[in-house]
Design a protein around this ligand. Structure first.
Ligand code: MN
Ligand code: MN
Length: 467
């Protein structure tokens, strides 16, 4: 008989912190990578900014706009920018695309407050922007924090004004006020989800009247006069705009040990960044490697920049065309032969709220990437459930390459659930599993990840493409 300790080591699933026994040099490598990640986040708070910066870095790494190429060959690096809000990148494999592609898909939109089409108003000497929140937020979290405004205003002549205000030290910020506790007795009695209503999320943007004349709404007039001087726009131009209110916080190292990252928008820019930078390391892969940076995931992936659109199919069809192998129904066959990691964040177990997680099947910060065989809620409703054969294949790839992972579920069975873009590709025939980074305070203005997991995801994604 074997002794119990050896047998346990052999038979039990191993679970430990990735930091344990790590050499200093490795730790430095991880911290350096995360410093680059945090700087990228600080200038990529919106989907448009992420795509713009991804494009710059991709071009530096030799990626070319697919539209400028008449044909493609193995080893080529190409990209397609979908209306500057989502992006697909590919490194062409030595094997024919016909045999399938390997996709890693993340999303670059994050929960935020969008300005309404007629946002500007004045009340009691204050000027405000009205907002309509985007994605699943806890509204009370967005009051009394510094906010920045990012986005574009498009004039009727097509001219596009890019706005980013509230990020630099010498720029003003904005905020949403809340009631003082002294007068909040009634508010405090309300349910948390009702205490702040959607219509209360009005951003304070000014308090100074234009001049001493008798015209009404002079604070609003003063704001419009500033806009006109600075951007050459009028109030009506705010209706053809996409202005996003995001936290003005910068990404920072978290903890005395600096082991974590605190930042806005890590769902899902953490997977988008790790996937993108992993693709930059891929040279002459056997299987064509494709990276998706999708938009609109947080509101259901609809619209022509969301994953539900057919623009991605058009991109793959263009690859087939330009590889000179396209024929009727080939695209469908390519999808059926393809494999994908749906790279989206996972809910990490939070000890303060451990009651919503089931400890055996929870993801923990610092234990590598989280693999979710399925998502969905309450009875796997709406889930894309990865086939056991594919789960085994991904496990094998990771284990061979010493990638630490944990297979988990998002929360207790009856508590809730979530979804990603996994099902959209799975419905086309692709073998898909969710593979992302566990996060604390998901969808909050400040989300927390482990630097170990961030780096592990970067390595895991590389491995999946290089295998
Ligand atoms: Mn997400
Ligand atoms: Mn999300």
């Amino acid at each position: 008989m074997q002794d119990a300790e050896t047998l346990k080591k052999e038979l039990f699933r191993e679970e430990k912190s990735g930091w344990e026994g790590m050499e200093e040099a490795k730790k430095h490598e991880i911290f350096d990578y995360c410093n680059r990640y945090m700087s990228f986040l600080n200038c990529s708070k919106t989907e448009r900014e992420f795509v713009a910066n991804a494009k710059i870095e991709a071009e530096e790494k030799g990626f070319r706009d697919i539209a400028t190429m008449t044909q493609i060959k193995p080893g080529d690096k190409v990209y397609y920018s979908n209306r500057d809000k989502s992006m697909y990148l590919a490194v062409i494999g030595t094997e024919s695309i016909e045999k399938g592609i390997r996709i890693i898909g993340a999303h670059v939109d994050s929960p935020r407050l969008d300005l309404k089409p007629n946002p500007l108003y004045e009340d009691s000497g204050f000027a405000y922007f009205k907002t309509h929140y985007y994605g699943g937020i806890k509204k009370y979290q967005w009051t009394t924090i510094p906010l920045a405004i990012h986005g574009v205003i498009v004039k009727t002549n097509g001219e596009k004004v890019t706005i980013c205000i509230g990020e630099k030290e010498d720029e003003p910020i904005f905020t949403i006020t809340d009631l003082l506790p002294h007068l909040a007795q009634e508010q405090m009695e309300k349910k948390l989800k009702e205490a702040i209503s959607g219509e209360d999320l009005n951003v304070l943007i000014g308090n100074m009247p234009y001049d001493e004349s008798k015209v009404s709404e002079r604070v609003k007039l003063n704001i419009l006069s500033i806009f006109h001087e600075k951007y050459g726009i009028t109030e009506a131009d705010l209706s053809s705009a996409e202005l996003e209110v995001v936290p003005a916080f910068r990404a920072r190292s978290l903890g005395f040990d600096s082991s974590m990252v605190a930042a806005y928008g890590q769902d899902d820019k953490v997977c988008a960044y790790t996937a993108l930078t992993a693709l930059f390391e891929v040279e002459n892969p056997k299987t064509t490697s494709v990276c998706i940076l999708s938009d609109k995931e947080e509101i259901g992936s609809m619209g022509n920049t969301g994953m539900e659109s057919h623009v991605f199919d058009a991109f793959i069809a263009e690859l087939l065309d330009k590889a000179g192998i396209n024929r009727p129904n080939l695209l469908e066959k390519v999808f059926v032969a393809s494999e994908m990691l749906s790279a989206d964040v996972d809910a990490g177990l939070d000890p303060i709220y451990a009651h919503v997680s089931e400890k055996n099947n929870a993801a923990y910060l610092g234990q590598g990437v989280g693999l979710n065989k399925y998502t969905g809620a309450r009875g796997k409703s709406g889930a894309s459930d990865a086939n056991a054969e594919f789960v085994a294949k991904v496990r094998n790839i990771f284990e061979k390459n010493a990638i630490t992972y944990k297979i988990s579920e998002l929360g207790k069975v009856d508590v809730g659930g979530g979804g990603t873009i996994a099902y959209i590709l799975a419905n086309k025939g692709v073998d898909v599993i969710d593979c992302g980074i566990p996060v604390l305070s998901m969808h909050a203005p400040y989300e927390v990840t482990s630097k170990y997991d961030v780096y592990t995801a970067y390595r895991a994604y590389q491995t999946f493409w290089k295998e």
